[in-house]
Design a protein around this ligand. Structure first.
Ligand code: ATP
Length: 234
């Protein structure tokens, strides 16, 4: 049985339907990537799982329980944490205060505490008294990831964490992933960078216009196949 699963998930913004029967599954210990062009529905999928968007009953299962109808705080409390697109730090709070916010929803003991997050991203310790928004984009992204880790999540949802960052910074951030996995989180990354997705993920799902158009392991997904599923052209 998968740890996290969506079944025939649909989502709407008013009259606009953004997701059409999306089925994905994440196994314990696995990292999956969701790729697709702008507007494909990747963020909507993450927000539906995180309880930010309403969806149909029985559409999201986590650890054998239906969670699709639960509000966001209950989802966090069960162990699903999101690193949102655009980082969404609290501008008036310091790095350390931003990290501590991550404890509020789910103060369970586990591997991730301030000291282990600082060990993962040492620059954050140096900057811990600075306002979160005074940091570079990459450092802000580290804060957003650290904040999510502070809840010791069983599932970490990462929405476009490489967006707008330099390649060397993206490499540094993804270098943290093996340790995040080792500490027990199963991971969903949303990526527009196909190469990065293929590198980090055990399996990849490609979305287009609110539907999954392709899925498989990086080994079986050729560039041609991905291109067709991504843009609708072969
Ligand atoms: P991006 O890479 O741009 O974030 P995405 O794959 O994450 O793209 P979504 O943000 O999930 O795509 O958007 C899916 C569709 O839903 C798009 O057509 C988008 O215009 C629409 N959409 C997203 N948010 C809203 C909203 N708040 N109200 C209305 N429509 C929305």
């Amino acid at each position: 049985m998968a740890l996290l699963e969506t079944k025939n998930l649909t989502a709407r913004y008013g009259d606009f339907q953004a997701l059409f029967g999306v089925d994905i599954a994440l196994d314990q210990g696995e990292t999956i990537a969701i790729i697709g062009a702008n507007g494909a529905g990747k963020t909507t999928l993450m927000r539906s799982i995180a309880g930010i968007l309403a969806n149909l009953p029985d559409a999201v299962l986590f650890d054998g329980a239906e969670i699709g109808a639960l509000p966001a705080p209950d989802i966090v409390a069960r162990g699903i944490a999101m690193v949102p697109e655009g980082r969404k730090l609290f501008p008036s709070l310091s790095v350390e205060e931003n990290l501590l916010i991550g404890r509020y929803g789910r103060a369970v003991e586990g591997y991730w505490r301030l000291d282990t997050v600082y060990d993962l991203f040492p620059i954050l310790k140096e900057r811990r008294h600075n306002p979160g928004t005074a940091l570079s984009g990459g450092q802000q992204q580290m804060v957003a990831i650290g904040r999510a880790l502070m809840s010791n999540p069983r599932v970490l949802l990462c929405d476009e964490i490489s967006l707008g960052l330099a390649p060397v910074v993206i490499r540094d951030i993804y270098a943290a992933f093996p340790r995040i996995r080792q500490a027990g989180a199963s991971i969903v990354v949303v990526e527009q960078d196909i190469g990065q997705a293929l590198k980090v993920a055990d399996r990849v799902y490609c979305m287009m216009e609110g539907r999954i158009t392709l899925s498989g392991t990086p080994a079986v997904l050729t560039r041609e196949k991905i291109h067709g599923a991504y843009f609708g052209v072969a």
